[in-house]
Design a protein around this ligand. Sequence first.
Ligand SMILES: C[S@@+](CC[C@H](N)C(=O)[O-])C[C@H]1O[C@@H](n2cnc3c(N)ncnc32)[C@H](O)[C@@H]1O
Length: 368
Amino acid sequence: MRWRTILSPRVPRDPAHSAHLAHPAYRGPVTHDWCGWRDATERALYGPGGFYTSGDGPGPAGHFRTSVHVSPLYAEALATLLCRVDAALGSPADLALVDVGAGRGELLTGVLAALPEPVCARVRPYAVERAPRPAGLDERVTWLPELPAPGSLTGLLFANEWLDNVPVDVAETDGDGVPRLVLVRADGTERLGAPVTGADADWLARWWPLPDCAPDHAPASGLRAEIGHPRDAAWSRAVRTLRAGLAVTADYAHSRDARPPYGTLTGFREGREVHPVPDGTCDITAHVALDACAGPGAEHLSQRQALHALGIDGRRPPLSLASSDPAAYVRALGAAGAAAELTDPAGLGSFGWLLQPVGGSCTGLLTR
Ligand SMILES: C[S@@+](CC[C@H](N)C(=O)[O-])C[C@H]1O[C@@H](n2cnc3c(N)ncnc32)[C@H](O)[C@@H]1O
């Protein structure tokens, strides 16, 4: 089972796939069959029988591993962060912990188990998730299909690998270097539609100017970008849930100085990266332009930096422990291995953490 992040650089689509594309000419209005990736993904992941909403099977953990599934250390780190937020807020009577895109509630379950009793007694855990509530989940967890009202909560809002599943449209440059909307059918066949205009074009110009990101000497056709403004809006709305506290989103990300020239849209099924087909049988995901999501005062860290600041590192236990307490040594060795995986600069450690303090008191909690 592997993570969903794409570790190898993207290359242009293979010729067999690109043959489906009728570019540069626009072939007429969108029909019943053809639509943009944003609509297609919305239906495939969250429509009736969708990949995430059908409620059957093992849930996301059956198809890929996130940091949550790698080790309980991740939940322990989040518990440490929640305690810092709590202290910074002056230990409010109702301390909210909101997990957006909560999957099957695994992270909240782990945090509740890791919190010290005085904080655990005051915490109000919320799972915001489009999938149904899983059976047997801790009854303290409030399960919500949508975010609570703006300004209604004080505490920590956390979103692990959520924004990469917020559907986006895809643009691709035609033979003249003009960005056009990529249209797709339910079988994954693509073709180019109309030139990108309006809010989509404005977002691309500001955050992902397509011809600018062509590698040296590459033709300007076939460059692709995921149009991220729905994610900017989703994150901004999530942050506004808080009256005071800290909002954090962790995801595989890129920034304007290093956008992937051919985009990152991909599929995952049963532990493997697959061609993205919007028919509900696979996850559809794309890396997040986290810099575009950032609001004023946001802080950026890598997951490696964030977890180090929360006391998680991959250092092996001292060999002397092996003779004084062999069982503790084996346990510590296992934890060190998990910590190394979570902080690996070539893997999960390279994920981006975007921290958005709300109300002033939670600034610099991981950087002081
Ligand atoms: C990749 S899974 C991550 C699950 C979990 N956070 C983890 O790290 O293991 C993304 C989750 O986000 C949920 N999701 C996507 N958009 C959402 C939305 N607008 N509101 C609530 N949940 C959403 C999906 O249903 C899915 O369970």
